[in-house]
Write a protein that binds this ligand. Structure first.
Ligand SMILES: Cc1ncc(C[n+]2csc(CCOP(=O)(O)OP(=O)(O)O)c2C)c(N)n1
Length: 937
């Protein structure tokens, strides 16, 4: 007889399972369960029916439901706030909600709650209480948002067996006290000696340091080769000293204000950065062998911006690229750990952008451990002002990341969470989050008065013992260490700090990064040409596909054209995509690996690249650059997630960790680079000056005024030119496919000897315009030209009156124009292919070639306040030295980069070209147009 209908409710499945077990073997369940099920046995069901009431059944199901609620929502009742605020609770955790009383539970079997809790309890009441102790203790296990049953089971088992928790998994209690003492003493020492100086103290979340050390220790035992850490200001100094093992003197000297010791900038040879942004590396050794390297990435103030950088570093460390084909990724090589702020985690979009990468091919790192140092404040803002969610960590739920909320005043609970985090990551290769709930002992910084805004909270904090004091007390109660011994530890570390401070000399200023800046200039000497025969062979290899692979018919013609394209060495047959592919093939043949990412990068936004072919019949993919026999290194090209800031941050980190690989990111349209302004400003263009890092990341930004509107025209080159200074970046805007070929090859050639980020304004319609096509000879014999003067002869140059200087696509518009033919004799046109570093000597040389010059014009498509003009103007003035007038022609100053309609674009573009050729005269209707001619600037 089927009696399943009598079990109902969310846990009916579990009760049924128990019942079936009982049917197979009545002894497999405990005696009280057996007594209940005896009443339900089919053969005696009818007979005993009168004895089983619906009431009994309801109580069984209600008990199972209660147990389920505690497992899922017990964290809402957990004691996670050291400051003692009551937990929010939840009605599902209360007996009356389920129609239960303690008496009901006392007569029910504990097996209704399940193992392992049922094994150590006699009835359901005790089992429920036991369950509460686990799920509503100082740890709130928050994992019911995980979809995988296997993972949920594993997490439940880990929580309920307590296998990562002391005493099951013991800790060295004394050592923990020693560590907490070092953490606290450092902060208090700095507070005393340098009152009011910012250090963004860890106090209140001190357990961060032991948590990190626990993870580092287990990771090293497991055989991880790298840990990459990212964190903001909070507690960073303490982590530097007690996780990264930096010497105290290194920080103490900086607190003393080194400018008094010597000229800081001269000494460091770079701009440097404040002490709480510095990075560090620490090698854990076994004898002479480095077992594991821990790297703390430098980071700017911009909270959370370091997240993708750290992920990129870990991905690079775990990826080997030494053989041709696809790169190989090993998730067990590197572990990323990211420490977040409780206000920043939900607030900064880059957090979600980075979390979204966690399982993407080409981006996953095999899991990250996240720690939120949750001090319940963001500067002066309360949680209710910083987020719309209950927990600071709730964003992580959407990515199915298990979360533990842990009271930062319970050291054992914190250590359990660290172990659990690593064990889960190690088993499932996925992220884990520890929400370390503490408080902030001082103001946002140590000069702030927190009681201005949180008077009540700070009354509690002022009276609240430190976690070291709490733990010392616990050890005294456990007779492990008496109070005097604990005080001795405080004295010991105070004395160490004192003696370090007293013996400081100027030589204690850290010297890191001094030697990391290589001399610039090697790029100019790089040979980028490739023998014609090699290029022909590579082209042939690139056009091959596996037996039986059906290419999309629409791509066939182009490929047939390419088969014949290199027959004649002087014919201009090489378009942009072909030049790019040949550049990549030759770079791989030179042994340099390539990673290329961007939105829809595989096909290319403009459907020009097709680096990954899709079989027309089966959809199977084939990337020729992974199969050419000439290649000696791995190639990967990936369609990135629809993200700019985190994607560029990721590639930046990848590039920093693997400087010998060519790393390229392509924007869908150049404008979207503004979504990554933080990473550009804070890392790409300034990391060298601030932290001595030497990125060589390539950014390809489609940039062309073609009537597509304000948002698809500009790669915002002005933004990069704004930040171009010293030796920090190269910016190119090239006009032939050969130039692009040589530019890419030059970048790959100097990755390790003259690395700089390379920003390239790339074409849109010009991708297919024969005026930019190059010949095989241009590739095999040419070189990168930062500036290209008019091709006219020197004798023709003698009659030139006007020199038009420009950059990029407007040059092609000029030479394609009818007006050009009419003005061929007296007008020369020269193009700046490299905007930064400015090729000063070449421009100067060109100016000297035109003795009868009457005027120089800077022509650009962009508005006067955008493009290259504002940047290049002072250079041009200096070169010309007032000898001839300098005019500007371009779109008018504008708040938006381009016209909103194609028709207005056309009118303005035509007017622009007309004005460019109207020597000495102004277009009659110029005032009505969107362009401007600024005379003799
Ligand atoms: C992107 C960004 N916006 C604003 C700030 C200024 N700021 C510095 S710390 C801070 C509060 C951060 O709070 P939280 O994330 O909780 O970290 P905590 O300082 O409390 O550890 C703010 C707003 C910043 N550094 N970065």
């Amino acid at each position: 007889m089927d009696i399943s209908h009598i079990f109902h409710g969310p846990n009916s499945g579990y009760v049924l399972e128990l019942y079936e077990r009982y049917l197979r073997d009545p002894d497999s369940v405990d005696s009280s369960t057996r007594a209940i099920f005896d009443k339900l046995r089919p053969e005696i069901y009818e007979e005993k029916q009168s004895e089983i009431t619906q009431h009994d059944i309801d109580k069984i199901v209600a008990t199972a439901n209660l147990a389920q609620a505690i497992r899922a929502f017990g964290h809402l009742d957990a004691d996670i706030d050291p400051l003692g605020s009551p937990p929010p609770g939840d009605p599902s955790l209360e007996l009356p909600t389920h129609g239960l009383t303690p008496e009901d539970l006392a007569v029910l079997p504990s097996s209704l709650i399940g193992r392992p809790v049922s094994d150590k309890t006699d009835n359901a009441y005790d089992a429920i209480e036991e369950l509460r102790k686990i799920y509503s203790s100082k740890v709130g296990y928050d994992y019911y948002h995980i979809n995988s049953l296997e993972e949920r089971k594993w997490l439940r088992e880990a929580a309920e067996t307590g296998r990562f928790r002391p005493p099951v998994d013991p800790i060295n209690e004394k050592l923990l006290l020693e560590n907490l003492t070092r953490v606290e003493v450092l902060e208090k020492f700095l507070h005393r000696i340098f009152p009011g100086k910012f250090r963004f103290s860890i106090e209140g979340v001190d357990m961060l340091v032991p948590i990190l050390n626990e993870i580092v220790g287990i990771a090293a035992e497991t055989g991880m080769r790298h840990i990459f850490m990212g964190m903001a200001h909070r507690g960073r100094l303490n982590v530097m000293h007690h996780v990264m093992t930096k010497s105290y003197k290194g920080s103490l000297i900086k607190f003393k204000d080194p400018v008094q010791e010597r000229d800081f900038r001269d000494y460091m040879g770079w701009t440097g950065d404040v002490k709480y942004h510095e990075g560090a590396r620490h090698a854990i050794k076994n004898g002479r062998e480095i077992e594991m390297q821990i790297s703390l990435s430098p980071n700017p103030s911009h909270l959370e911006s370091v997240n993708p950088v750290v992920e990129g570093m870990a991905r690079a460390a775990g990826t080997s690229v030494n053989a041709s084909g696809e790169p190989k990724f090993d998730p067990d090589v590197a572990l990323p750990i990211i420490v977040h702020g409780d206000a920043a985690f939900p607030g900064q979009g880059i957090v979600a952008e980075t979390l979204n990468m966690c399982r993407l091919p080409g981006y996953t790192t095999g899991g990250t451990i996240h720690v939120i140092t949750n001090n319940q404040l963001g500067y002066t803002a309360l949680p209710g002002e910083s987020r719309s969610t209950l927990y600071a960590s709730d964003l992580a739920k959407g990515f199915e990341i298990p979360i533990v909320h842990v009271n930062a005043d319970d050291p054992e609970a914190c250590i359990e969470c660290a172990r659990l985090a690593f064990a889960y990551l190690n088993k499932f290769g996925k992220d884990f989050l520890i929400d370390l709930v503490g408080y902030r002992r001082h103001g946002h910084n140590e000069a702030d008065e927190p009681a201005f805004t949180q008077p009540e909270m700070y009354k509690i904090i002022d009276d609240h013992p430190t976690v070291r004091e709490i733990w010392a007390e616990a050890l005294a109660e456990r007779n492990i260490m008496n109070r005097d011994e604990a005080d001795e530890l405080v004295n010991k570390y105070n004395e160490i700090l004192h003696s370090d401070f007293e013996s400081l000399t100027p030589e204690d200023l850290p010297e890191e990064a001094l030697s990391t800046i290589p001399p610039a200039g090697a790029a100019q000497k790089t040979i980028t040409s490739v023998p014609a025969e090699s290029l022909r062979e590579m082209n042939a290899s690139l056009l091959k596909v596996p037996e039986g692979f059906t290419i999309n018919p629409k791509l066939r013609r182009g490929r047939e054209r390419r088969e014949a394209a290199l027959a004649n060495i002087d014919e201009k047959t090489v378009d942009w995509a072909m030049a790019e592919e040949l550049a990549f093939a030759s770079i791989l043949a030179d042994g340099t690996s390539i990673r290329f990412t961007g939105q829809d990068a595989e096909r290319g936004t403009f459907s020009h690249r097709h680096a990954v072919l899709h079989d027309f019949n089966t959809g199977q993919t084939y990337a020729p650059l992974q199969h050419i026999p000439q290649s000696k290194a791995a190639f990967e090209i990936l369609n990135s997630p629809l993200t700019e800031n985190a994607c560029i941050g990721f590639e930046y980190g990848y590039n920093i960790q693997a400087p010998d690989r060519l790393v390229i990111w392509e924007a869908q349209y150049g404008d979207f680079i503004n979504g990554a302004q933080t990473i550009i400003d804070e890392y790409v263009v300034s990391a060298r000056a601030k932290w001595g890092q030497t990125p060589s990341l390539v950014l390809l930004l489609p940039h062309a005024y073609e009537g597509q509107g304000p948002d698809h025209s500009s790669g915002r080159m002005g933004r990069f030119l704004d930040s171009a200074a010293e030796v920090n970046i190269r910016i190119a805007n090239c006009t032939t496919s050969a130039q692009y070929f040589h530019l890419l090859r030059r970048q790959a050639g100097v990755l390790e000897i003259d690395p700089l980020p390379l920003i390239v304004m790339t074409p849109k319609s010009l991708l297919r315009n024969p005026l930019i096509f190059s010949s095989l000879r241009d590739l095999s014999e040419g070189t990168w030209q930062p500036f290209i003067d008019d091709e006219m002869s020197n004798s023709q140059a003698k009659s030139v009156k006007r020199l038009i200087l420009c950059s990029g696509k407007v040059y092609i518009d000029l030479i394609a124009s009818e007006l050009r033919k009419q003005n061929a004799k007296d007008t020369a046109i020269a193009r700046l292919e490299q905007l930064y570093p400015v090729p000063t000597t070449l421009i100067q040389k060109a100016l000297n070639r035109y003795p009868k010059l009457k005027e120089v014009i800077w022509l650009q498509e962009e508005p006067e306040n955008m493009g290259a003009w504002m940047f290049i103007y002072p250079f041009l003035r200096k070169f010309i030295k007032g000898a001839v007038p300098l005019h500007f022609i371009g779109r008018r100053r504008n708040s938006s980069p381009a016209e909103g309609t194609a028709s207005m674009h056309k009118v303005n573009q035509e007017a622009l070209l007309k004005q460019a050729f109207m020597i000495g005269k102004q277009l009659p209707n110029i005032d009505e147009l969107g362009i401007t001619w600024v005379k003799n600037v």
